[in-house]
Design a protein around this ligand. Structure first.
Ligand code: KIV
Length: 285
């Protein structure tokens, strides 16, 4: 597997094999036709290193609020958190396009506020794109950013920052009216210039309609296999939690494996079978 060695003299990560050219927003946009876009979340340097060779888009999601900081929702997530984790993911990757979520309260007020926040995130992290939630209401903001050099990923359907308005995290689009609204949100975001759009937690038929009608690539999460790409929260697909939402497929059971490793370590410390002579320093004879 491709990974990195750290040069301890300079602390620089040297990728093995040599780095590829980083994917750009136009390259992702061109994937409307062709190979599906592979996206996952990443919040740390090491996870980025491990995922980077396999993924096209690394999303530094504001889901880090719950996953890293133990917050109850994404609402309390700050610009400082997004910038610190965004910079770590950029440092740990060479190939994927890194996109950073704009946190709640950093963009909704006006296009100008959004520009200030997005440019700050890009300067602080080195990321190549930002993601923001919202449909028709956010279209003028997306257009403002896109015309000023900021590649934007849209996010419609279930938008977790609106949990207090939506009343929960259930799938959206069960009624005809909601179906029409989510579709027109996605098309408004497309027309505003988003280079791709995350469609989250909607009835499959809506995501399929959006994927067919939007000229921007659609990245689904709890959406449809007809989307132009898929994204999952990495910790969910690795099985870091006992409960996984219906739309997640678990590719590992890391929670159980970490528990086993921790129990083995604890047992060896208590029985004094760790450390052995292999893990202790002695003068060279
Ligand atoms: O915050 C996040 O992780 C996300 C993805 C799940 C799409 O927005």
């Amino acid at each position: 597997m491709s990974t990195y060695t750290i040069d301890t003299a300079t602390s620089r990560a040297t990728p093995v094999p040599a780095p590829m050219k980083r994917l750009t927003a136009p390259a992702i946009m061109a994937r409307k036709v062709g190979e599906p876009i592979v996206a996952l979340t990443a919040y740390t340097m090491r996870m980025a290193q491990l995922l980077d060779p396999h993924w096209d888009v690394l999303l530094v999601g504001d889901s880090l609020g719950q996953l890293i900081y133990g917050l109850p929702s994404t609402i309390p997530v700050t610009m400082e958190m997004m910038c610190a984790h965004g910079a770590a993911v950029v440092r740990g990757s060479w190939h994927a396009l890194v996109a950073v979520d704009m946190p709640f309260g950093s963009y909704e007020e006006s296009p100008e506020q959004a520009f200030r926040s997005a440019s700050h995130i890009m300067k602080q992290t080195g990321c190549a794109a930002v993601k923001l939630e919202g449909g028709e209401a956010m279209a003028p903001t997306i257009e403002f950013l896109a015309h000023r050099g900021i590649p934007v990923i849209g996010h419609v359907g279930l938008t977790p920052q609106a949990v207090n308005v939506l009343g929960g995290y259930g799938a959206r689009g069960k009624s005809r009216e909601e179906h029409k609204k989510i579709l027109s949100d996605a098309l408004a975001v497309t027309n505003a210039g988003a280079f791709c759009i995350v469609v989250e937690g909607v009835m499959e038929e809506i995501a399929t309609d959006i994927a067919r009608q939007s000229s921007a690539p659609i990245i689904g999460i709890g959406a449809s296999a007809e989307c132009d790409g898929q994204v999952l929260v990495t910790e969910d697909m690795l099985g870091m939690f006992e409960r996984t939402p219906r739309f997640v497929k678990r590719y590992d059971d890391l929670a159980a494996r970490i528990g086993e490793a921790a129990a083995a370590y604890a047992g060896e410390v208590r029985s004094r079978s760790f450390p052995t002579s292999d893990q202790t320093y002695r003068p060279k004879s």
